[in-house]
Design a protein around this ligand. Structure first.
Ligand SMILES: [Zn+2]
Length: 486
């Protein structure tokens, strides 16, 4: 078969399916696998005010809202739900999955100008990738692993012979058309005898690891943060709450670098830097490093590769498993491949580091298991804690009864739980000689206010409203060791 001939045949086929390569003209059709948003029974609707955006972001947000209204993927809304919006890097793709009609109000978001809801699945909705994968699996079920592999929006069609291949491509395009999916042509390649797929190169000779990927992984950047001490402190936190876990699973899909631009002194912590704050606190440097090592090890671990293949087949046994950015997850927890050094690094991090604090077996296990998963983890934790020299030494010293001090519960929202401290009797400046320090207990982000001498509770409240509540909303709890003014 001549090359020119084959090229002509493929082109002829693609021409017949020109509509599949046009931008969508309206909403995608309803499908059985449309995105559902489950809310815990009895839980109040999420309702968060819009963030404090810099002006240029406001303009951009409104522009995008108008565009989305224009193509009907959002509409005005009056539900009690409301989430603030954030500008994130745009994914290059169309919105091709509907949100189930009854769940549309739950996608509500608010900008400074209005209240809207999504009729299609926004890309970064929780579980959006799994909904997309489920839809693709359903749509291509009959072809899967016969001549089609699908990973999210990446469809690979493979055949032994050219004539067969033409037929396969035809069938796939037909399925896309029937199901109302469209593709961006410039992102497609046809008639390849060598193709990169999920970090591998597939040729007629088989599958090899993509050398570019190996290089990219080797030179994976260590996350940088340039915001100084307060953020460096944040990185000593570990992922503990479901909220942070959600961040983890969202972030490992990204190849990103955190760059905070200090700029002018801005009192208003804009939405972006707040976001960064939350992100950063979710990661210790070690956790970050580990994630990259896990990624590398996962790509060659036979057991994980096997799970990955089953997962793509839609094997029911692997419900709760998912993949993001080359990392396999089990109910949102990173699956750690069987590599002794890696696992012992994690065990040490969660037990012996500053944040680990030599906690007991159960606590160490719970914290580790909140983020990571491997078979036999509990036994490994037990062994490691049991053998920890420091713990054995401390045991003999801690026979005195525990004091009354209890650790405070871990906050989940930025500036939801704050601590107040007063530094008194400083050299007077403009009639002020006291400083009030308000620290967000989650991010350790602090605001500092000078107070007039002999401040009272009203003065403190006024400063709180001006300096904290206006920016972050009313904190849920305030902790202070002072009672003088309250
Ligand atoms: Zn210990």
């Amino acid at each position: 078969m001549g090359v020119t001939n084959a090229q002509g045949e493929m082109q002829g086929l693609l021409d017949k399916f020109e509509d599949v390569f046009q931008p969508p003209s309206g909403l995608p059709p309803w499908r059985r696998t449309d995105h559902a948003i489950h809310v815990e029974p009895g839980k109040k609707p999420v309702n968060v005010k819009p963030y404090h955006y810099p002006h240029f972001q406001k303009g951009e947000i409104e522009k995008q809202v108008q565009q989305m209204l224009g193509i009907q993927i959002i509409q005005h809304n009056s539900s009690p739900y409301s989430s603030p919006v954030l500008l994130v890097k745009k994914k290059d793709g169309y919105h091709q999955i509907r949100v189930r009609e009854e769940d549309v109000p739950k996608t509500a978001f608010r900008t400074h100008k209005g209240h809207y809801e999504f009729r299609v699945m926004p890309f970064d909705l929780t579980n959006a990738p799994s909904t997309f994968q489920a839809t693709m699996n359903e749509v291509f079920r009959q072809f899967l692993r016969k001549f089609v592999l699908v990973f999210l929006d990446d469809i690979l069609i493979y055949s032994r012979e050219w004539s067969e291949h033409l037929g396969h491509v035809h069938q796939v395009l037909q399925v896309l058309r029937e199901n109302g999916f469209v593709a961006k042509k410039y992102k497609c390649t046809f008639r390849q005898d060598r193709v990169g797929y999920l970090g591998h190169v597939i040729t007629r000779d088989g599958l090899t690891v993509d050398p570019d990927k190996v290089e990219a992984i080797k030179s994976w950047p260590t996350p940088k943060n340039v915001k100084g001490k307060s953020l460096r402190e944040l990185t000593t936190h570990t992922i503990q709450t479901p909220e942070q876990q959600r961040w983890l699973s969202r972030l490992i899909g990204y190849d990103f670098e955190i760059c905070y631009h200090p700029g002018r002194l801005n009192n208003a912590v804009d939405a972006l830097s707040r976001e960064v704050g939350v992100m950063l606190m979710a990661f210790t440097q070690t956790t970050w490093g580990v994630i990259n090592v896990v990624r590398r090890a996962s790509a060659i671990d036979s057991e994980l590769l096997d799970i990955r293949a089953k997962l793509q087949e839609g094997d029911d046994k692997y419900q709760g498993y998912s993949e993001q950015g080359g990392i396999l997850l089990n109910k949102g927890r990173v699956i750690v491949p069987k590599e002794v050094a890696l696992r012992s690094l994690l065990l040490r991090e969660y037990h012996q580091s500053v944040s680990g604090g030599h906690a007991g077996i159960l606590r160490t296990f719970q914290r580790l298991a909140a983020n990571f998963f491997w078979k036999g983890m509990r036994a490994d934790v037990k062994k490691m804690v049991g053998e920890c020299q420091d713990c054995q030494r401390m045991k003999s010293e801690s026979l005195s009864p525990a004091g009354l001090l209890q650790p405070l519960p871990i906050p989940e929202q930025v500036f939801e739980d704050v601590s107040l401290d007063f530094i008194n009797g400083l050299p007077r400046s403009n009639g002020k000689e006291d400083i009030m320090v308000v620290v967000d207990r989650l991010t350790k982000y602090g605001h500092f206010f000078s107070l007039l001498r002999q401040y009272d509770s009203l003065g403190v409240a006024r400063v709180m409203i001006q300096g904290v509540v206006k920016l972050h909303g009313i904190p849920r709890t305030m902790v202070s060791d002072r009672d003088k003014v309250f």
